[in-house]
Design a protein around this ligand. Structure first.
Ligand SMILES: O=C(O)CCC(=O)C(=O)O
Ligand SMILES: [Fe+2]
Length: 791
């Protein structure tokens, strides 16, 4: 049909075509008509519009050139070993033609089919194409719900993949942590125990290590459904599930209907037995139980992901819309673009929309044999090695460990140091394949106590390099006077200071500087004696295990943040409400963490309080202990003894903590250049510990004296460890606001906001700063210290 006829015939039905309904139809509209015309009448149409032809050629060359450049860049990146940039050229890229390609083209086939039908129609009935067109508005109506569903689907599947990956990691990390807690404790026990009991404890520890190893192997087996992983996800070393189990356990796991549950059941009973044998303190055991429960929870999550598909109504609806949209698309643009353009657009649209759906489907099943599936064996391999590494340690006495050729034999080490040295060695040997785990287990960089110097390479090298000795001395920043004083915690109320002094004098001449409830300070004549006392594996006095750490030097404001990585920011959240981000230095945070741990472990340490509900007593979702004055959660009074639990005298509030609270107020005033709150001198400090399941309902701190409340003396709250969402409001009728309190943050409320309603809604797991993880390893979660003046 000649070109003129086409236009003439097209007057009535094809008038529609002139109204650009499809995006960018203006340009393509003309070109499409001319293309169809040219198909019938040779190249006449193009000859008439040479500019248009040039433009089309330029666009073609531009697109082709971009693809060529992208591929060339990817190839160059692949050659340079930059796998992350080699997307197009990699064996997972869209241009790969083997089964490794990450994107499937198969779903394009039906869509290409409908494109071909549309092209055939335009060829056969060029004058009637308008009759076959689906109005663009219909497509727009379908496009909106479709894009919402696709975005939702993609996000959820990606989260599902990523969360599963994290949960697999959690299984592995918690297994390592339990193994290390057990072995670390075992080390200190070994030195004080002999005979049958020691044998039983050792046997129990070996069993626990074997069970943890079997738990990891059985979790892998269950999640991979026994199928071998993709070669890229395989691990070099993979022993059978029962490789480290004793013969009875090996037989039992073979018989067990559900080996994973059997392993966890046995892990729980082994921890319990360790506790019965006296190998693990209640706190240590409860930490281990918590980690074992976290492992089980993580496994359960992965199992749910394995078994649970996305709900059918959602999937059916999404895919129906998708199919309707993609298959009918060529009939919307029919007549607007030429056959080639139509096919290209159809392929591009189907590829992008179906691509989202099929990528989502791949991620929805994160366990399997595909390369993009979670590398279960690789994640677990590092953990499975840990049993052997810990076993190995028992053959290598800590005092003989050599760290990268530097003999540290001269340094007598505490179990804590041994652990750090050991972990350092493990990391150096790269026994833990996973970079995350190695980072997690790496000892925190040396900052504080000089005794740690033997445990990390940096200070050791500095110490051996004379030019840098002054630098090292500065980093330890403990004045000579402070270095002679030792803080002794865990002191039972009935134990006399003389008895403790007698015990300590074996390290050097000493005097008692100050005796408080629950702890005391000893001053030695020589700083070396402090190091010796700290290096002793245990301080058992009249059956009580005392904890020691160097006392803090009294240096003004040394607790303040100086690290530019953590900028201090004062946020005024309302009249009388201030949040100071990152106020407390990492050195102080570590010191506080150790102090809280040592006090919390003593007899008057952490307990789980209850509060009186209307009919029943409820247990609070946190553990607590008080310093200075005890806050009775049942009678809501401050007392000198723990009247709502064991009746023990409350631990004293040490002067350094008191100074800290006063210093914080002083510093805040300096920063804000005015007095922010009436001056408060704390008489009580409540120390709370929240696990990641912990929370504290909205409440007011009302139990201080009327005058304290009336004057608006502030409550100062200091956070350590995991971050938490803190809720607050002036009255329950008003909007509840929230802020995230991170480790080292201070929250103060006082003045007109003294009766603020506040609480902790959620503790975010795995948010403890890396440098603090080592100190809080046996008490993961969040710590909070609130200072208040009672009278
Ligand atoms: O943990 C916190 O941040 C709040 C503690 C608290 O409100 C309290 O102990 O009264
Ligand atoms: Fe409170």
């Amino acid at each position: 049909m000649p070109y003129g006829t086409w236009l003439r015939i097209g007057q009535s039905p094809l008038r529609l075509l002139r109204q650009p309904r499809f995006p960018a139809a203006g340009f393509w509209h003309v070109s499409g008509e001319r293309f169809f015309a040219s198909a019938r009448s040779g190249t006449r149409a193009f000859k008439k519009v040479p500019k248009l032809r040039r433009a089309q050629s330029l666009i073609g060359v531009g697109l082709g050139g971009s693809v060529f450049l992208a591929v060339a860049f990817s190839k160059a990146a692949a050659k340079a070993g930059r796998e992350d940039e080699a997307i197009w050229a990699s064996r997972r890229g869209p241009l790969a033609w083997d089964a490794q390609r990450a994107i499937e083209f198969a779903p394009l086939i039906p869509c290409i089919g409908s494109g071909l039908v549309a092209v055939t129609i335009t060829r056969m009935y060029p004058c009637q194409v308008a009759l076959f067109r689906v109005p663009a508005n219909v497509h727009e109506l379908v496009a909106l719900p479709l894009s919402i569903l696709l975005a939702f689907r993609f996000q959820l599947s990606y989260d599902r993949w990523w969360q599963s990956r994290q949960h697999v990691q959690d299984v592995s990390i918690n297994a390592v942590a339990i193994a290390m807690s057990a072995a670390n404790n075992q080390d200190s026990m070994q030195l004080s125990l002999t005979g049958k009991l020691k044998g039983e404890i050792e046997e129990n520890e070996r069993r626990l290590l074997g069970l943890l190893d079997a738990a990891c192997a059985s979790v892998e087996f269950k999640l991979s459904c026994g199928k071998p992983p993709h070669p890229a996800n395989d691990s070099h070393v993979w022993e059978p599930m029962d490789a480290h189990l004793n013969p009875e356990d090996a037989a039992a796991i073979a018989r067990a209907a559900h080996p994973v549950l059997w392993c966890f059941d046995s892990i729980f009973s082994t921890i319990h037995r360790g506790q019965m044998l006296g190998a693990y303190s209640a706190e240590l055991a409860s930490g281990m139980y918590e980690r074992a429960t976290a492992m089980l929870t993580a496994f359960r999550f992965c199992q749910m992901v394995l078994q649970q598909q996305s709900p059918a109504p959602f999937m059916v609806h999404l895919r129906t819309l998708l199919l309707v949209f993609c298959v009918s698309f060529p009939f919307t643009i029919i007549g607007y673009v030429g056959p080639w353009g139509l096919m290209l657009m159809q392929i591009a649209l189907s590829f992008s929309l179906l691509g989202i759906e099929f990528v989502s489907r791949q991620m929805e099943h994160p366990f399997g044999e595909d390369e993009s599936d979670i590398p279960l064996k690789q994640v677990m391999a590092g953990t499975r090695g840990i049993g052997a590494v810990l076993d190995l340690r028992s053959h290598v006495a800590c005092s003989e460990l050599k760290l990268s050729g530097h003999d540290v034999r001269e340094r007598t080490a505490t179990p804590e140091q041994c652990m750090l040295t050991f972990v350092g060695t493990v990391a150096l040997r790269s026994r833990l394949a996973e970079p995350n785990e190695a980072t997690l287990l790496r000892p925190p960089p040396h900052r504080g106590p000089p005794g740690y110097a033997g445990c990390s390479l940096g200070p050791l090298v500095l110490a051996l390099w004379p030019r840098h000795r002054p630098l090292l001395a500065r980093r330890t920043r403990r004045p000579a006077e402070g270095a002679k004083v030792l803080f002794v915690g865990g002191v039972p109320p009935a134990m006399s200071s003389e008895t403790i002094l007698q015990h300590m004098e074996r390290f050097g001449p000493a005097t008692v500087v100050k005796r408080c409830r629950g702890y005391l300070y000893i001053k030695f004549a020589e700083p070396a004696a402090v190091a010796k006392a700290r290096a002793a594996p245990e301080h058992l006095v009249e059956g009580a295990s005392l904890t020691v750490e160097p006392a803090l030097a009294k240096k003004k404001h040394w607790y303040c943040q100086t690290d530019p990585e953590y900028p201090v920011r004062v946020r005024k959240l309302g009249t009388g409400i201030v949040h100071i981000q990152n106020m407390i230095s990492m050195a102080m945070q570590r010191h506080l963490a150790r102090r809280v741990l040592s006090l919390g472990r003593s007899p008057a340490g952490f307990y789980r309080p209850s509060f009186a509900g209307r009919h029943l007593k409820h247990r609070m979702r946190l553990s607590t202990f008080c310093l200075g004055q005890h806050w009775d959660t049942l009678s809501h009074e401050y007392t000198n003894v723990r009247s709502d639990s064991d009746g023990l005298p409350v631990l004293s509030l040490s002067e350094d903590l008191l100074d800290l609270a006063c210093g914080i107020q002083h510093d805040l005033d300096q920063k804000c250049k005015k007095q922010m709150f009436p001056k408060m001198r704390p008489q009580a400090c409540i120390v709370n510990h929240y696990t990641t399941e912990g929370s504290l309902g909205l409440h007011q701190d009302l139990d201080e004296s009327e005058s304290s409340l009336h004057e608006g003396l502030p409550v100062i709250s200091l956070s350590l460890g995991c971050s938490a969402r803190f809720l607050f409001t002036m009255s329950p009728e008003e909007e509840i606001r929230s802020c995230v309190l991170k480790s080292g943050d201070i929250f103060i409320f006082g003045g007109p906001a003294r009766l603020l309603h506040h609480g902790i809604q959620k503790v975010f797991p795995n948010t403890t700063p890396k440098k603090l993880q080592g100190d809080l390893a046996s008490l993961p979660g969040r710590l909070n210290l609130t200072f208040r003046q009672i009278r």
